[in-house]
Design a protein around this ligand. Structure first.
Ligand code: SF4
Length: 391
């Protein structure tokens, strides 16, 4: 597990910026150093598969128990020792206590879309709250997970950002959200017709995953490596989202895990993006785009450009043109997101006519574009709405 407060590139840790771009005096603008809190207990998913044998030897256990437990956890999605019938009954309880401490306690689950969308609020060992959202479609099951409790990036239109950064999640706290979602789908699917196997993961819940780099990358490895090393999901079906932490984007490109990179751009010009996405004051649009194209070159993967449509702020046709100028000739796809309302926010969704005009202009310019559905809006489970309140 990485120390709390780790930044994407230790050599370029920018620390905390304050008082920039219209923020009031003393209000932190960008927070990279997560508050230090007690580490979560070590969990099996925190252990690198190459270290399992030695870790088991330390507790006087046979080396192959690691693979056995991995097949239960990653393969059968089981953390109930009574189901581990290939392990001696006398050892199961002790191994479960040592390696499978409860990390995520379900506080509340909300369902909508005829149970096809399920938002879970989890309490962590220290009381911090995070959320994940499971979405079932005719052809896939996707889970949107959190990488931090809160977020330090302070995007003004985002409920998570307004609540600030509580702490980084550990590798296992990230992975276990996926395992819990996969188990829910496998054993408690509701509609028998739709797919039951969790297939897609998006790091688009609470937090900026590249600001919690090492645990997020270790989680990616656990999610993509085959059983018994991990869950065996396809890297192509995993999306890592970032607001544009350029050093982290470059490091991710070198990891050799060809996940889809999603860049939350939200504005094509620095003037507006400095306000909407404050990290832009550190790495402006041109640098973020350059890192995105390097990622596409290195992985062969199309970069997803996320663009929340905010009424009268970033939804003008001239900005569609400016966006097209950035993307022409590149391996990119634009994902327009109708902004979800957040309580008390001045930011609101674009008019339908403005959204359509924006889409048309991108299409005329030959830029692939889609408009994301707003699954989960009525349970505050859509993008930018995860605020983890237990009220
Ligand atoms: S939009 Fe993403 S990066 Fe920005 S504050 Fe919200 S969670 Fe953080």
């Amino acid at each position: 597990m990485a120390p709390a407060g780790e930044f994407a590139d230790p050599d370029q840790d920018p620390g905390t910026q304050t008082e920039a771009q219209g923020q009031g005096p003393g209000k932190p603008l960008l927070v990279f150093d997560a508050p230090k809190r007690g580490k979560p207990p070590r969990h099996f998913a925190d252990i690198d598969p190459d270290d399992r044998k030695s870790v088991l030897a330390e507790v006087g256990e046979k080396p192959f128990r690691g693979d056995q437990m991995a097949r239960h956890y990653f393969g059968r999605l089981s953390t109930s020792p009574e189901e581990w019938t290939d392990l001696p009954a006398t050892r199961r309880g002790d191994l479960a206590d040592r390696f499978f401490p409860p990390l995520l306690t379900l506080v509340r689950e909300q369902r909508t879309d005829a149970d096809q969308t399920r938002k879970s609020l989890w309490r962590l060992h220290d009381g911090a709250l995070v959320e994940s959202v499971l979405m079932r479609y005719p052809d896939r099951v996707t889970i949107c997970i959190s990488s931090q409790a809160g977020c330090g990036m302070n995007c003004p239109f985002c409920a998570t950002g307004q609540a600030g950064l509580t702490r980084n999640l550990s590798t296992a706290e990230i992975v276990d959200q996926v395992v819990r979602g996969a188990r829910d789908m496998a054993y408690n699917p509701g509609d028998e017709e739709a797919p039951r196997r969790l297939s897609n993961v998006v790091f688009m819940g609470m937090g900026e995953a590249l600001a919690n780099y090492r645990p997020s990358i270790a989680a990616l490895r656990r999610l993509t490596e085959p059983v018994p090393r991990g869950l065996g999901l396809s890297a192509r079906r995993i999306t890592m989202s970032t607001v544009g932490l350029v050093p982290g984007m470059r490091k991710l490109a070198a990891e050799g895990i060809p996940v889809t990179l999603a860049v939350s751009l939200h504005a094509p010009d620095d003037e507006l993006r400095n306000t909407l996405v404050p990290i832009n004051t550190r790495w402006p649009v041109a640098e973020v785009m350059q890192a995105a194209w390097e990622y596409a070159d290195r992985t062969g993967r199309r970069v997803s450009i996320e663009y929340a449509m905010i009424r009268d702020i970033n939804d003008q046709v001239w900005r569609a043109d400016a966006l097209a100028d950035l993307l022409t000739g590149q391996l990119a796809h634009v994902n327009l997101i109708p902004l979800n309302p957040t309580p008390g926010s001045i930011w609101t969704a674009s008019r339908r006519s403005d959204e359509q005009a924006f889409v048309r202009r991108l299409q005329q310019r030959g830029i692939p574009v889609s408009v994301r559905d707003t699954r989960g809006q009525e349970i505050d489970g859509a993008c930018g709405q995860l605020a983890a309140s237990d009220l």
